[in-house]
Design a protein around this ligand. Structure first.
Ligand code: AFD
Ligand code: MN
Ligand code: MN
Length: 423
């Protein structure tokens, strides 16, 4: 049986239960009339490097059936999108994913209903054919020739993105220092800005540049784009097309990420988002697996801040997952992440903003908490499933993926000893 009829059968079996759950929430909660449509519009891009099992510096336990080529990566994301109808874009990392024939790759993606999200440059690793090393940084490097090499790479990445129809580049730098005294902070900052300006100058007029920050790792004393303030001050020096990108795992412990999001949105400088979750640092765990309440609070600020600016939730920010770890089937993991993001978004859409604002103005702290937690404790999974169903997706993607034994088929096709590119 083909996938479409398997999905049809599966959905038919579950529809009565689903309708009962949907009726329950629709009778129980005041649901904005456009909520389902907003969920349907909301697409979350999948990074090409999350489709294989992630490694740590201690080891890597590759799973079977991992995609070995760009074509297979696109096919994996196409499969996710076929199931959840909300993963309609792929984000490529260059040079891991250089297409040999951009038009053919574009067509393949289009056949799967996929667009190309931000392209990502890589100046945190040395490539085999590379002339100069990034051991001591890239855009911040003391040697102009190294900086030039890194700038040229980023411009090359933009060109690949143009060929594929991407509209943005994400720059994440591992630049920084490991020991006190190693680096002149001021010079590193100035050199980085100077290099970024050259990359920015190569940006097509309808493109955006996202500058991602990270508190630490691989450098352990200082990171040159280490927090939202450093990224914000740099993108302000570049221009209107440059924005800060927030990766949930890139903060020091207990940072108030929802407040960062709120301020960046207010300043018009939040560009994109990398979803993941963590207990300790950049753990790259499944979105919503550790701190689902925080994810909801972040979406609460995203919805509030975007509405205040009249922004389109689906289109005006770049939404992407950035996670890759080593104990789950990556495709199941990505399905879980997308679902968690949709749940947090749906809940944020349910917040009674007028009531919340009134409670805030009256300094009714208890009422504020009741309003937010009342929503966070509401089971909205039937709403998310309804949006998916209306788009032709699967009622429960993870359950279906298992019952259809998709990983087994991928192993049969690709073998059990495959290794996808990535970290
Ligand atoms: C890093 C960053 C960044 C980068 C990726 C590489 O989050 O997004 O592109 O991992 O795998 O930690
Ligand atoms: Mn990231
Ligand atoms: Mn990261």
């Amino acid at each position: 049986m083909n996938l479409d009829s398997l999905i049809q059968d599966y959905n038919n079996q579950g529809i009565a239960t689903h309708n009962r759950r949907l009726d329950f929430i629709q009778n129980d909660v005041q649901i904005p009339s456009n909520l389902i449509q907003k969920l349907k519009d909301f697409q979350i891009a999948i990074p090409s490097w999350a489709l294989g099992t992630g490694g740590t510096r201690f080891g890597r336990f590759s799973g079977g059936g991992e995609p070995g080529t760009l074509e297979e990566k696109i096919s994996d994301v196409g499969l996710l999108h076929r199931l959840n109808k909300s993963s309609g874009a792929i984000s490529l990392h260059i040079p891991w994913d250089i297409p040999s024939d951009a038009n053919a790759i574009k067509k393949l993606a289009a056949d799967h209903g996929l667009a190309f999200d931000a392209v990502n440059s890589n100046t945190f690793q040395d490539q085999a054919n590379q002339a100069l090393s990034y051991k001591f940084g890239s855009l911040q490097h003391t040697d102009r020739a190294v900086r030039k090499q890194a700038i040229d790479h980023n411009i090359e990445v933009i060109k690949h993105g143009v060929d594929l129809g991407s509209k943005s580049i994400t720059v994440w730098l591992s630049d920084g220092s490991c020991f006190p005294g190693q680096l002149n902070f001021r010079r590193a900052y100035e050199r980085t800005v100077e290099s970024l300006k050259e990359i920015y100058a190569a940006l097509p007029s309808d493109w955006k540049l996202f500058l991602e920050y990270k508190a630490y790792e691989p450098n352990f004393y200082s990171t040159t784009v280490g927090d939202w303030g450093q990224s914000y001050s740099m993108v302000n020096k570049l221009g209107d097309k440059a924005y800060t990108l927030v990766d949930l795992g890139h903060h020091l412990p207990n940072a108030n990420i929802e407040q960062i999001v709120s301020l960046l949105l207010m300043e018009g400088k939040l560009g994109g988002f990398h979803f993941n979750d963590s207990k300790y640092g950049d753990d790259d765990l499944t979105a919503g697996s550790m701190k689902p309440y925080q994810l909801f609070l972040i979406f609460n600020e995203l919805v509030d801040g975007m509405d205040a600016k009249g922004m389109n939730h689906a289109k005006d920010l770049g939404w992407m997952i950035d996670a890759s770890h080593n104990v789950k089937d990556p495709l199941e993991d990505l399905l879980q992440s997308v679902e968690a993001i949709q749940i947090a978004y749906a809940q944020a859409l349910l917040v009674d903003r007028k009531a919340l604002e009134a409670a805030r103005e009256a300094n009714d702290v208890v009422r504020c908490q009741e309003i937010l937690q009342g929503v966070a404790r509401t089971d909205v999974r039937a709403l998310v499933a309804q949006a998916r169903l209306e788009l032709g997706g699967v009622l429960n993607p993870v359950e279906f993926y298992r019952s259809a034994e998709i990983r087994k088929q991928l192993i049969q096709q690709r073998g059990s000893k495959t290794v996808a590119t990535g970290l």
